[in-house]
Design a binder for this molecule. Sequence first.
Ligand SMILES: [Zn+2]
Length: 194
Amino acid sequence: MASGGARWGAGRPAQRLKAENATSLDVNYLSRNGHLDEGNWKRLYWRQYGEVRMEGLIKAFDRHITIDIGSTTHWLYLTRTPCHLGGYRRWFICPKCQNRMAVLYLRNRCFGCRRCQKISYQSQSGDAEDRMVWKYHTLSDKVFNWKFKKAARFNRTYDKFLDVADQFEDLVERGLQRIAMADGGYDATAIGTT
Ligand SMILES: [Zn+2]
């Protein structure tokens, strides 16, 4: 662990933290790098300015993952929703509010969504992104649970959903580029961290 590690999560809980400076965990990044495949144990390194700031060991189970950071084991539950292009998309369940979330933040030694952790964005676009993800969830729930698919209203809702889903996919791509995480690869011998 790098020196200065004790500073993380320090500060008054009410103090707002900028998302750009927070330790985040992106479900799409983890999914693409095999961190969520059941049975995998993989290390994850959080880097800032090229230096490893923190590391964790992620163990993947059927419906949850555990992350060992230092001497703490965090449990995070996962869920999935169908994707309009086939397959499905995975989400974290925020341990605090139980909502589906793509990104969780570590603060005061707990993971939670941006809202629960009182984390703000440096730019205004972050709030717009949140609204878009919310819209995506609402529309995908409607589309995939629709009972009368032939109704004209379904087609209109579905068109709207496809539109939002496209923007959502763009957002995921951009999000992945933004995340300063590097994959340490499979490390079966690394049990626990020091
Ligand atoms: Zn939450």
